[in-house]
Design a protein around this ligand. Structure first.
Ligand code: GDP
Length: 447
């Protein structure tokens, strides 16, 4: 079951409960059973699901809740909090400290995405001004060194490895020593994986850890491994001092439950997720926004706070109304572009809608993006009011209209079509907010 499906099923269970005229023990039980079934079929470990049920029942004591309490909200909040708690081991992961050589060791099964993730991790920090380096202590898989070398070269990150040395412990030690001398502040050691958890793999890991003394051991796990997630993560935790987890391939048909199980088994937080094969398809993991997104609601906690923080009071109702109506027009797009251009307060709000401005304004390419936005706005200046206010895509994409806008703005037909494609993409994102009950400030329980 893919993540979105899991989220959808939980949301539907909560919705069904909300639709009941009276919320009694039976309604609550059915709602929790459905949530449990959804979690279980998404590969969350059976015991964890049972614990969650018990915890919610403890919090939501229907008999003790006096009349007037909003039971629906209390149940929804309890489910949200329990899902967050499943992903929160209670202590943060070690964060590398500047000004000293931090040694980070990566462990995981072969094929989990470990080598790819090492480079993504290094690249993430390099962009923030760190001086990372990569050590390939994987002598088990033929081609591992070449792969790391290729990735490292692409990202211009120094690397260390050997085609002839067969002792991974020796390579790890030499690599770490070399980069310490070169004052690298983030030394990443990629270790061997195997197809199976086996004694030889764990022994090798222990030895590499002994000589490199890592500040942090990161366990890399493929999100699609299913019910095996808990046992696999636990086996690694028992052999290495795993302090953080990275879940890969979240872009695929991932069963989301693996992430929950890996956290429980390692008692370590998920720090990043991999969302593709490319170097920058890598995201910092944050629990609450993740659970909010899982339940199909976007990161409303931060989003609403941001609206209250940056949007003038008199403009708040208008913006919220536009958002919750979900109807996107070219005029709204124009206004949002104006905001982004002026770096106005609303651009901060828009940047919190997943996919809204991140693709339009990718980091590092702000100048290009600004030019593109300006170009789009010139084309929109050649549009009629009817076109700007229309929510009917057919009207906007009529050939004669496209030709007229191209002529009027001195742009090519291709460029006008590109602008309309962008409009369609943003309209799709905007429409997801239709009918949403955006909570009032500080009222998270309505999420
Ligand atoms: P290792 O054996 O654990 O070192 O795994 P690799 O780094 O060689 O990755 C195995 C495969 O998974 C490669 O084809 C990677 O491109 C791919 N991969 C790694 N991370 C991701 C991810 O987040 N998403 C997708 N779609 N593919 C990934």
């Amino acid at each position: 079951m893919v993540l979105a499906e899991l989220g959808g099923r939980i949301s539907r269970a909560l919705q069904q409960m909300s639709n009941a005229t009276v919320i009694d023990e039976d309604v609550l039980k059915e709602c929790l059973n459905e949530i449990s079934r959804a979690l279980f079929s998404a590969d969350v470990q059976f015991k964890m699901v049972q614990n969650m049920q018990a915890n919610i029942k403890k919090i939501v004591n229907l008999e003790e809740l006096a009349a007037g309490h909003n039971k629906r909200r209390i149940i929804q909040e309890a489910v949200f909090n329990e899902l967050c708690a499943m992903l929160d081991p209670g202590k943060p992961a070690f964060t590398p400290k500047k000004g000293k050589p931090n040694v980070i060791m990566f462990v995981g099964l072969q094929g989990s995405g470990k080598t790819t993730t090492c480079t993504k991790y290094a690249y993430h920090y390099q962009k923030k001004g760190w001086k990372p380096a990569l050590v390939c202590a994987d002598t088990f898989r033929a081609g591992a060194f070449d792969q790391l070398k290729q990735n490292a070269t692409k990202a211009k990150i120094p690397f260390y490895g050997s085609y002839t040395e067969t002792d991974p412990v020796k390579i790890a030690q030499e690599g770490v020593d070399t980069f310490k001398k070169e004052n690298c502040d983030l030394i990443i050691v990629d270790t061997s994986g195997r197809h199976k958890q086996e004694a030889a793999l764990f022994e090798e890991m222990r030895q590499v850890a002994e000589v490199t003394q890592p500040d942090l051991v990161i366990f890399v796990m493929d999100s699609s491994i299913g019910q095996a997630a808990f046992d696999q993560a636990q086996a690694f935790k028992q052999s290495a001092a795993v302090g953080a987890v990275i879940i890969t391939k979240m872009d695929g048909h991932a069963k989301g439950g693996g992430a929950l199980s890996a956290v429980a088994a390692t008692k370590s937080p998920v720090i990043f997720i991999g969302t593709g094969e490319h170097m920058d398809e890598f995201e910092v993991f944050e629990t609450k926004p993740f659970v909010s997104r899982l339940l199909g609601r976007g990161d409303w906690s931060g989003f609403v706070d941001k609206i209250h923080e940056v949007v003038p009071m008199d403009q708040q109702p208008e913006l919220l109304q536009k958002l919750t109506e979900g109807n996107f027009t070219l005029r709204i797009m124009y206004e949002q572009f104006q905001n982004i251009q002026n770096m106005g307060p609303l651009s901060q709000v828009m940047s919190m809608i997943p996919g809204f401005s991140s693709e339009l304004m990718p980091q590092g390419r702000e100048k290009e993006s600004q030019a593109k936005i300006k170009k789009f706005m010139t084309m929109m200046d050649s549009m009629t009011d009817k076109e700007l206010d229309s929510t009917n895509p057919k009207l906007i994409t009529e050939t004669s209209r496209i030709n007229r806008v191209a002529r009027g703005s001195g742009r090519s037909i291709m460029e006008v079509k590109e602008m309309l494609e962008e409009f369609k993409r943003l309209a799709k994102i905007w429409s997801k907010m239709k009918g949403l009950k955006i909570p009032k400030k500080g009222d998270m329980s309505a999420m």
